[in-house]
Design a protein around this ligand. Structure first.
Ligand code: GLN
Length: 537
């Protein structure tokens, strides 16, 4: 390792050229950082309360001031130390950030009386450095009540809208830029170009790629772990799989993985994981067959909360037993913590090495682990790209989010071996048909950059506790229906039912009814979230 090579070791600085996003409470702060990273420049979010000295100590190549709900002229409005504008670091202010810049440098911000929300026409007067190459008119996304009335002295106004006389301004020789609109959202079609122009002015090297992320993580894990033994629980989900693959690459045979098969996984899941971490890798993979144990535990249980409680508790016991038997000497436990978890917990940059003695995934207090968190710098889409680059199979990398209690919460009423079997087979058909139609797996790129309204975030079958009458081969049947649930979503906080083509739905219905004896009806759930949830229990 050369001394300045990226290490992803926060204590020593990451080594990646960094653009800091100062968060003023923006709805889109994470999106700003993600877009910057899409342009291969590492970006981190820091709270608005971060002292100026601390900001500079990070040696950012550039600083982006985010939007925010406050008005810059209000008494308790979050502020920025004005020295940031003279520190020799290029600054881009977005919305609230632009308004802060204007106010700090002698411009004028006020409520204009006309708010702009949503798609807005931007007239570009002179492109300047930031809007270079964009043409005379652009559609941009706005969300504001206040606006910059007058740009600070020495700034050029480069664009305006009907209600924002200074919708973009800049003083490129000072490295200062401001936009009222949101270049980070997909509703601003050329927004990425605007961010790219800013990044070009920062001189930040575009070194943030899956390849370099992997190299830096591996280095960091080796440094942290030394020659100790590491334990990792695999859930069948993408996060734990990628975390394990990174640790494997770093310390190979020091890693022991535990996969608890509670019998509530989807078809092929155990085999997929075994294949990815099986014969051809150095990892010791212990699959615990606990199917009988979980079935016995769920006998007669109908209440959803009771199901979740029992499964969660038992899962920890099984994992703990396996850990004691197979890796009693393990000093480290791998956790799939992602960057959004880090931001939300408010830990931020400084707290990267937490020692956790207990409560890690509910582990008992007398097991003493240090945590290895190789994904704590990554967004979900980056985790997937790293997984692909590490050579994990697409079935694993593009796996949907899956609840811990598994299929048990997709079976209404009692979970039995026979009902699990029905659901698993129907579910496999649902997913196979969606995959065939290109609706599951990697999203298809659309020319306009908008999200595909059909592309599913999660799709699965649900088995309700009812029966209905049907007729098959001239014979009356009294069988089970299944409900198909397929949703689109950005983050699972809200969701919409996927507008799946009728023909695809028809193929699913036909194949399920023909292929799974006992099922004689298929329904499609058209509830969004809210008011529904994605899962049924
Ligand atoms: N609160 C400010 C306004 O209403 C800024 C809004 C924003 O940053 N999106 O103008």
């Amino acid at each position: 390792m050369t001394p300045n090579a990226p290490t992803l070791s926060p204590d020593a600085g990451t080594g990646f050229d960094t653009v800091l996003v100062v968060d003023f409470g923006a709805q889109y702060a994470q999106v700003i950082a993600r877009r910057v990273r899409e342009l291969h420049v590492y970006s981190e979010i820091v709270p608005a309360s971060t002292p100026f000295e601390e900001l500079l100590a990070r040696r950012p190549a550039g600083i982006i001031l985010s939007g925010g709900p406050a008005s810059v002229y209000a008494d308790d409005a979050p502020a920025i130390d004005p020295r940031v504008f003279d520190a020799g670091v290029p600054v881009l202010g977005i919305c609230y950030g632009q308004q802060l810049m204007a106010q700090a440098l002698g411009g004028e911000v006020a409520r204009t009386g006309t708010s702009e929300f949503g798609r807005t026409e931007l007239a570009i007067r002179e492109p300047g450095a930031l809007l270079d190459g964009l043409g005379a008119r652009q559609t941009v996304w706005m969300s504001h009540n206040d606006a910059v009335r007058a740009a600070p002295p020495g700034f050029r106004v480069t664009a305006a809208t009907d209600d924002s006389p200074a919708a973009a301004f800049e003083a490129p020789e000072r490295g200062l830029f401001g936009v009222q609109f949101h270049p980070e959202v997909s509703h601003t079609p050329r927004g990425l170009d605007v961010l790219a122009s800013f990044l070009a002015r920062t001189g930040a090297r575009p070194t943030w790629t899956s390849h370099s992320v992997i190299e830096a993580s591996v280095e960091r894990i080796r440094e942290q772990v030394g020659d100790a033994t590491v334990l990792c629980g695999l859930s069948g989900g993408v996060d734990s799989a990628v975390a394990a693959a990174l640790v494997e690459k770093a310390v190979g045979s020091q890693l022991t993985c535990v996969l608890v098969d509670h019998g509530l996984l989807r078809e092929g899941e155990v085999a997929d994981v075994q294949q990815a971490f099986g014969a051809h890798s150095d990892v010791r993979l212990i699959t615990v067959d606990a199917r009988e144990r979980f079935l016995a535990l769920l006998e007669g249980v109908e209440d959803p909360e009771e199901k979740r409680k029992r499964i969660g508790g038992e899962f920890i016991r099984v994992f703990e037993e396996a850990a004691r038997t197979h890796a009693s000497d393990a000093g480290f436990l791998v956790q799939g913590t992602l960057y959004p978890d880090v931001i939300e917990s408010g830990e931020g940059h400084a707290a990267a090495t937490i020692k956790s003695h207990h409560n890690v995934g509910g582990l008992p207090e007398d097991m003493d682990f240090d945590l290895v968190e190789p994904l704590r710098w990554l967004f979900k889409d980056e985790v997937r790209r790293v997984g692909e680059e590490l050579g994990l199979p697409p079935e694993l990398v593009w796996r949907q989010p899956f609840p811990g209690p598994g299929l048990a919460v997709r079976i209404i009423g009692e979970v039995t071996g026979q009902r699990l079997d029905l659901l698993r087979r129907a579910d496999a058909i649902v997913r196979a048909e969606l995959r065939r139609a290109g609706l599951e797996g990697p999203p298809r790129p659309r020319p306009d950059g908008q999200a595909d309204p059909e592309h599913v975030w999660q799709a699965f079958a649900v088995l309700p506790a009812i029966r209905s009458v049907g007729v098959q081969g001239d014979e009356r049947t009294y069988g089970h229906p299944v409900i198909v649930r397929a949703v689109t979503s950005e983050d699972a906080m809200t969701a919409d039912f996927a507008r799946i083509d009728w023909d695809v739905l028809e193929r699913i219905a036909t194949r399920v009814i023909n292929g799974v004896p006992g099922i004689n009806r298929v329904a499609y759930d058209i509830t969004s979230k809210p008011p529904g949830t994605i899962e049924w229990e």
